[in-house]
Each structure stands twice: as structure tokens, then as C-alpha cells.
Design a protein around this ligand. Structure first.
Ligand code: UD1
Length: 342
């Protein structure tokens, strides 16, 4: 088997898909997760897809001694993909200290454990760092705007921590991936997004409404300056996103990085409105969606989609799956979890 890659948060939504794609690319993924926002059953689901159960360790990366001990006793780990973090925007406003503590302590503990040792490190960042960009599609050179929430701030500050660390310590080889809106599920329908409680994000709300868990979905505003008045986002299939992580690890392993801290947009480069998403869902699944138009959601960005030239050129990676693929796979997953509750 190929190099061992540590996937923190590997039982989560993007983490689990990345474990599968790492394995498909010949790597040996090792998962650390505290299961605070995921289910241990995801390991069995991954096993059903790849044919064996990945190595798994349950602990909290905020525990400095445990993290250091784990890293020291696993010198064969050649790369880290760090997903483990809190990610709910609204919750972060209510619990800022929990967000800063969890998202920073884990990152700092991981980096500190590799002091003086060579490591390839991929960080999960977000297009949230751009706020409402002045120019679209937004490039990596666009200014970072003041964060709207503690969650967004953890991503911005984490990028600064990584850039400043890489600048003085060449043993760290770091790539930050700025994701646009990850949606969809694996084609097997065995892994996908598992929202706890009422989903905050669009696609789980769409699929839960279609299956009858929610009565209706509200489109947050139709009076924006967009083609049909609803907000525009760059939705990216989670399997394409997972493959971008593999490409980032490969780039660093092959010594192709132009700097030991690089940032890439990971999206499709294409904007889609909320109403277009609803339309695509209905068309590609044949399901009727009960929706109404409601007021704008506070703090929402009108439109954002990424310029993906840099990631295509540097990573040799491009999103391959379209909005229909995203909707169909998300729907198959919703039906699966309805019949096989976690
Ligand atoms: C949100 C976060 C962002 C985070 C991203 C992760 C906010 C302000 N931003 O982005 O920081 O990185 O999730 O995926 O929360 N919508 C509806 N009805 C609904 C739900 C959503 O119309 O019931 C619309 C929203 O107005 C938005 C689009 O769907 O235009 C996507 O919303 P969402 O999935 O919450 O993602 P973002 O707002 O892009």
C-alpha cells in the first residue's frame, strides 16, 4: 500500500469521501475523529465501499499530549488532511469560545507535533474568507473580507497561522483548499452528509423536504441582483472535492509546490441559483418539491463562485460532476438513510 495519510475528521461528510478517494488512489488512510459530529457506523460504510476498514483512532485533537503521542508513535504518516473542526455558522455566533478553542487548539497541536519533522499538510478552508467578492469569479488573490461569524474567523485566522508557520519553518509543506459549497454523496449511496437536527444548508433541506421529513423549503429571498433573484453559489460534488485533496497531497509529494504554503479555490467555476437547484432537483429525481419564497436570510452573500484556473493548472484537477449528479446522489443518500437510520 502507498503512503499513510492521516485524515482528521475522517468519519465526517467530506472526510469520509476523501478516505475513499485516497484509498482508490493507492494511499493508506488513517482516521482520527472524536465522533463529536459523526457516527462510528461510517467506518462500516467505508468498508462496504473499499473492501476493508481503515485504521481508526477516537480522540480529541485538542488534547495536546494525546496528539503528540499519536504523531510520535506513527512516524510513517507522510501527510495530513485536516478536516476535524466545528462548522456551523449560527452555532459559532452563540458559542464563540467553543469554536475558537476547538478549531485552533487542534490545528496548533497538530502543527506543534511536527516541529522539525517534514510533513505535507492539507487544510480545509472555505470561500467564506472572501465574503461578498467585488469581482466574480473570485480568484485566490481577492482580498480576504472581515469574517461574518466566529466560524468564518476561525478559517481566516487558521490560514494566517499556516502561512506564518510555513514562512519560518520549511519542514511544513502546506496547501489550504478554499471550498465553495460541497454537496452530493458517493454514488454507492453508502456515505453522505448526516446533518444533526434541522439542516442549515440548502441541499439536506431540499432532500429532507422531498422525503417528507420537512413540510416545505423556503427560498431565502428572490429580490437579489441575480438572473432569477435568488442567491448564486458554486456547488461542488463532494467526490470531486475529495479528489482535490488527493491531488494536493500528490503535488506536495512530487515536490511540485511553488511555495511551502499555497492556496487554491476548489469549486466548479460555475454559479447556480437556489431556484435552479430546486429545478435541477425536481428534473433529475422526478420528485416534486414543496417550496415557497421567503425573506432574505441575515448575513447571506448575494453571489459567489470561484475562478478555478489556478487549481486546474497546479493540481491537474477539475470538477467533473454536474448539478444533476449532485442532486441525484444527494437524493439516493437521503432515501438510504431514511431506510437505514444512523
Ligand atoms: C454556508 C455558510 C458558509 C459555509 C457553508 C458550508 C452562512 C452565512 N454561510 O454558506 O460559511 O462555509 O455554508 O457549506 O451560513 N438557502 C435557502 N433556503 C434554505 C437554505 C439555504 O434558500 O433553507 C439558500 C441560501 O440563502 C444560500 C444557498 O441556499 O443562497 C446556500 O445556502 P447554504 O447551504 O446555507 O450555504 P452558504 O450560505 O453558501
Amino acid at each position: 500500500m502507498g503512503n499513510k495519510i492521516l485524515v482528521t475528521g475522517g468519519t465526517g461528510f467530506i472526510g469520509s469521501h476523501t478516505v475513499v478517494e485516497l484509498y482508490n488512489a493507492g494511499y493508506t488512510p488513517v482516521i482520527v475523529d472524536d465522533l463529536s459530529n459523526s457516527s462510528i457506523k461510517i467506518l462500516d460504510q467505508i468498508e462496504k465501499i473499499i473492501g476493508n476498514k481503515p485504521e481508526f483512532h477516537q480522540f480529541d485533537l485538542c488534547d495536546e499530549a494525546k496528539t503528540a503521542d499519536f504523531i510520535n508513535s506513527n512516524p510513517d504518516i507522510k501527510g495530513i488532511i485536516h478536516f476535524a473542526a466545528f462548522k456551523a455558522v449560527g452555532e459559532s455566533v452563540q458559542k464563540p469560545l467553543e469554536y475558537y478553542r476547538n478549531n485552533f487548539f487542534s490545528l496548533i497541536n497538530l502543527l506543534t507535533s511536527y516541529k522539525g519533522k517534514n510533513i505535507n499538510f492539507v487544510f480545509s478552508s472555505s470561500c467564506t474568507v472572501y465574503g461578498q467578492p467585488d469581482v466574480l469569479p473570485v480568484t485566490e488573490e481577492a482580498p480576504v473580507k472581515k469574517a461574518e461569524s466566529p466560524y468564518g474567523n476561525t478559517k481566516q485566522i487558521a490560514e494566517e497561522i499556516l502561512a506564518e508557520t510555513a514562512a519560518v519553518s520549511k519542514n511544513y509543506n502546506i496547501v489550504a483548499l478554499r471550498y465553495f459549497n460541497p454537496v452530493g454523496a458517493h454514488k454507492s449511496a453508502l456515505i453522505g452528509e448526516l446533518p444533526i437536527g434541522i439542516p442549515q444548508n440548502l441541499i439536506p433541506f431540499v432532500t429532507q423536504t422531498a422525503i417528507g421529513k420537512r413540510e416545505k423549503i423556503t427560498v431565502f429571498g428572490d429580490d437579489y441582483n441575480t438572473p432569477d433573484g435568488s442567491c448564486v453559489r458554486d456547488y461542488i460534488h463532494v467526490v470531486d472535492l475529495a479528489k482535490a485533496h488527493v491531488a494536493a497531497i500528490k503535488r506536495m509529494e512530487e515536490g511540485k509546490s511553488s511555495d511551502n504554503y499555497e492556496v487554491f479555490n476548489i469549486g466548479t467555476g460555475k454559479g447556480t441559483t437556489v431556484l435552479e437547484i430546486i429545478n435541477a432537483f425536481e428534473k433529475s429525481t422526478g420528485e416534486k418539491l414543496n417550496y415557497t419564497i421567503g425573506p432574505r436570510r441575515a448575513g447571506d452573500i448575494e453571489k459567489v463562485y470561484g475562478d478555478v484556473t489556478k487549481s486546474a493548472e497546479a493540481l491537474g484537477w477539475r470538477a467533473e460532476l454536474n448539478v444533476d449528479d449532485m442532486m441525484k446522489s444527494a437524493w439516493e443518500w437521503e432515501k438510504y438513510i431514511n431506510e437505514n437510520p444512523f
